[in-house]
Write a protein that binds this ligand. Structure first.
Ligand code: FAD
Ligand code: MLT
Ligand code: ZN
Length: 528
C-alpha cells in the first residue's frame, strides 16, 4: 500500500525533506559536466527490438536534391570536430530510429560538436555543400522529428553539456543545449531550485531538445510553458551565423522576440546551442494523491474543486483511464494502490509551508470523499511513495511501447470534451486495435490519445486519420499540444493553423534557411 489510504479522516501530512519525485525510468549516466559521452538509453526502454522499415519506404517520401556525403566531406568534418565523427553503422543505429520505433532514416554520419563555434563551422560547411542536417538531442521526440528521413547528417548536442552559470538570487540558469534535463534538475536542486519543466523522458532528453519541441510536461500547470520561463537562447542558423540572444533579463522589449521563433521550431530554423532559463525555488513541501473516480465528469468536477480549495499550491493535475492502469500493471508490473476505477487522478501540491498545505489538502480530500466525487484515494508524503505514485502516470508511455505499435495523438481540447474523443475512437476502431487509451495533463487541457495494435497498418491508420484531426479541429482544439509536428504530423498543420499562418511560416523558413538544409521533411509543409 502506498502512502495512507484515507477514509474521510483527517490525514496528518508530514514534511517531505527531498520533495520532488526525481523519477528516472532511464538508466541515465551520473550527472556530469565533463566530456565523457552519454549513451542513448532508448534501447533499454522500447518494448521491442525490431527495427521499423525505412521511413522512405513506409511513407513513400521522395528525397530532395541535397548533396550526398563524400569522403572529402568526412575528411572536412574530421578537421572541424576531430575524433567526433561517427560513421560506424552499429553506433548510428540508435540515432537513425526514433524512440517509438516508428520511423527510421539511414544517415551515415553523426557529428558531435562541443562548442557553438564548432556548430557554426559545421553548418556553414553543410550549407555551402548543400548537405541536409538533422539536429538531435536525446532522441526522445514523439513525432519523428529527431531522426533523418533519408541520409541527413546528424548533429548531436550530446557533448554540449556544460553549465555556463547559475545565479542563485534570480534562479537564472545558463547552460549548453546538450545538458540532460534530469542532470540540470539535480544541479539546481543542490542550490535550492528546480527546473520549471519535468517530463518522463527527463533522464535522456536535452534542454535544447526541450526548447526545440517547446515541451510541456508535468509542471506546466504550475510554472507555465517554456515560452514564459526561457529568458534567452543562442542558436546557429543554417549558414553558420551565430544568433546570440542569451539574455538573462526578465524584461527586454527591444524589438522582436527572436527566441520565440526558435522555441518549438523543431530544428527547422537553426540549431539551439545554449539556453538561459528561469528556475523556480524548490518547494519544501510536496504531496501527491492518487484518487479514483467513477466517470470522467467526476474527474472534471474534482479538478474544479481542486482549483477552488488548493489554489496556488496545486502543481499537477494528471489523469489516466483504467486501460492505462492496466498497461502499467501488465507490462511494467507496477501495482495499483487503489481498487479498480474507471479513471484515476494524480494530484500534486507543492508549497513553501507544510502546515498550510496540509490544512488545504485535508479540507480538499475530506470534501472530495464526502461529496462522493472520489471513490478511493491514497496519499504519499515521502519521496519513495511520491515516486511510486508518479511512476503510474509517467511510465504509461513506456508501458504502451510494450503493448505493440503505438499510434500516438497529443491534442489540446476543451476539457469538457476531452474524453469524448477517446470513447468515440474506441467505438470507431472496434477490434482492429489492441487498446485505445486516454491520459494526459488534464490541468492543461492536454489529452494523450494512444491506440496500440499488433503492427503498423495503413488500414488502421486510415480509420484514425483524418478522423482524429477532423474531430479535434471541429472542437477548436490543436492537433499538437506539446509534442510538435515533426515528420509524422507536418502535413496536418492546416487542421490547427490558417493557410495565411502556414504561408508566413514557409516564408520565414525560406528566409532563414534558403536551401532548406535544416531538418527537411519536418514541421512545415514544403512550399510546393
Ligand atoms: P530530440 O528528440 O532529440 O529532438 C526533438 C526535435 O527537436 C527534433 O525535431 C530535433 O531535430 C530537434 N532538436 C533537438 N535538439 C535540438 C537543438 N539543440 N536545436 C534545434 N533543434 C533541436 N514531451 C512533452 O512535451 N511532454 C511530456 O510530458 C513528454 N513526456 C515524454 C515522456 C517520454 C517517456 C518520452 C520518450 C518523451 C516525452 N516527451 C514529452 C516528448 C518530448 O518532446 C521530448 O522528450 C523532449 O522534449 C525532446 O528532447 P530531446 O532532447 O530528446 O529531443
Ligand atoms: C506524457 O505526458 O506522458 C508524454 O507526453 C508522453 C506521451 O504522450 O506518451
Ligand atoms: Zn504529455
Amino acid at each position: 500500500m502506498l502512502g495512507m489510504t484515507f477514509a474521510g479522516l483527517r490525514v496528518p501530512l508530514r514534511w517531505c525533506p527531498r520533495p520532488w519525485a526525481v523519477t528516472s525510468m532511464f538508466c541515465m549516466a551520473e550527472p556530469r559536466w565533463g566530456k565523457a559521452s552519454v549513451s542513448s538509453t532508448w534501447r533499454l526502454l522500447s518494448g521491442t527490438s525490431i527495427e521499423p522499415p525505412l521511413t522512405r519506404e513506409r511513407y513513400g517520401v521522395s528525397r530532395l536534391p541535397f548533396s550526398r556525403v563524400t569522403a572529402q566531406d568526412l575528411h572536412a568534418f574530421q578537421q572541424l570536430v576531430p575524433g567526433r565523427v561517427v560513421t560506424d553503422e552499429e553506433q548510428l543505429r540508435s540515432h537513425n530510429t526514433d524512440w517509438l520505433r516508428t520511423v527510421r532514416g539511414h544517415s551515415e554520419v553523426l557529428l558531435k560538436p562541443e562548442s557553438t563555434a564548432e556548430v557554426s563551422q559545421l553548418l556553414r560547411y553543410c550549407n555551402e555543400r548543400n548537405l541536409a542536417v538533422t539536429p538531435q538531442g536525446g532522441n526522445t521526440g514523439m513525432v519523428g522529428g529527431s531522426v533523418p528521413v533519408f541520409d541527413e547528417i546528424l548533429i548531436s548536442t550530446a557533448l554540449m553539456d556544460q553549465v555556463i552559470s547559475f545565479d542563485n538570487v534570480s534562479g537564472a540558469l545558463v547552460c549548453q543545449a546538450g545538458c540532460i534535463l534530469e542532470s540540470l534538475n539535480q544541479y539546481v536542486e543542490g542550490q535550492g531550485y528546480i527546473m520549471p519543466l519535468d517530463l518522463g523522458a527527463k533522464g535522456s532528453c536535452h534542454i535544447g531538445g526541450n526548447l526545440a519541441t517547446n515541451a510541456g510536461g508535468l509542471r506546466l500547470l504550475r510554472y507555465g510553458s517554456l515560452r514564459g520561463t526561457v529568458l534567452g537562447l543562442e542558436a546557429v542558423l543554417a549558414d553558420g551565423t551565430i544568433l546570440n540572444c542569451l539574455s538573462s533579463l526578465r524584461k527586454d522589449n527591444t524589438g522582436y522576440d527572436l527566441k520565440q521563433l526558435l522555441i518549438g521550431s523543431e530544428g527547422t530554423l537553426g540549431l539551439i546551442t545554449a539556453v538561459s532559463i528561469l528556475c523556480p525555488r524548490r518547494p519544501c513541501a510536496v504531496n501527491v494523491a492518487l484518487l479514483g473516480c467513477k466517470s470522467f465528469t467526476r474527474v472534471l468536477e474534482v479538478f474544479a474543486m481542486c482549483r477552488d480549495l488548493l489554489g496556488e499550491i496545486l502543481s499537477a493535475y494528471e489523469f489516466l483511464d483504467t486501460e492505462c492502469m492496466r498497461m502499467v500493471q501488465t507490462h511494467l508490473k507496477l501495482s495499483n494502490p487503489l481498487t479498480d476505477s474507471a479513471f484515476y487522478v494524480l494530484i500534486e501540491t507543492s508549497g513553501s509551508c507544510a502546515s498550510h498545505d496540509e490544512e488545504k489538502l485535508n479540507t480538499f480530500l475530506e470534501r472530495a470523499l464526502d461529496s462522493g466525487l472520489v471513490t478511493a484515494g491514497t496519499l504519499a508524503t515521502d519521496q519513495g511513495k511520491i515516486k511510486a505514485l508518479w511512476a503510474l502516470r509517467e511510465r504509461i508511455t513506456e508501458a504502451l511501447s510494450h503493448d505493440g505499435y503505438v499510434y500516438k495523438y497529443d491534442l489540446s481540447l476543451p476539457v469538457n470534451k476531452l474524453y469524448d474523443l477517446v470513447a468515440e475512437t474506441r467505438v470507431r476502431v472496434g477490434t482492429s486495435a489492441r487498446s485505445v487509451v486516454g491520459y494526459g495533463h488534464l490541468g492543461d487541457g492536454n489529452l494523450h490519445l494512444n491506440v496500440t495494435a499488433d503492427s503498423h497498418s495503413d488500414t488502421l491508420l486510415a480509420v484514425l486519420e483524418p478522423f482524429v484531426y477532423d474531430w479535434t479541429a471541429r472542437h477548436c482544439g490543436s492537433i499538437s499540444a506539446e509534442h510538435g509536428l515533426g515528420f509524422k504530423k507536418r502535413d496536418h498543420i492546416h487542421y490547427s493553423k490558417s493557410s495565411a499562418a502556414v504561408q508566413l511560416m514557409q516564408r520565414l523558413k525560406h528566409m532563414l534557411d534558403p536551401k532548406g538544409i535544416m531538418n527537411p521533411y519536418k514541421t512545415i509543409p514544403s512550399i510546393d
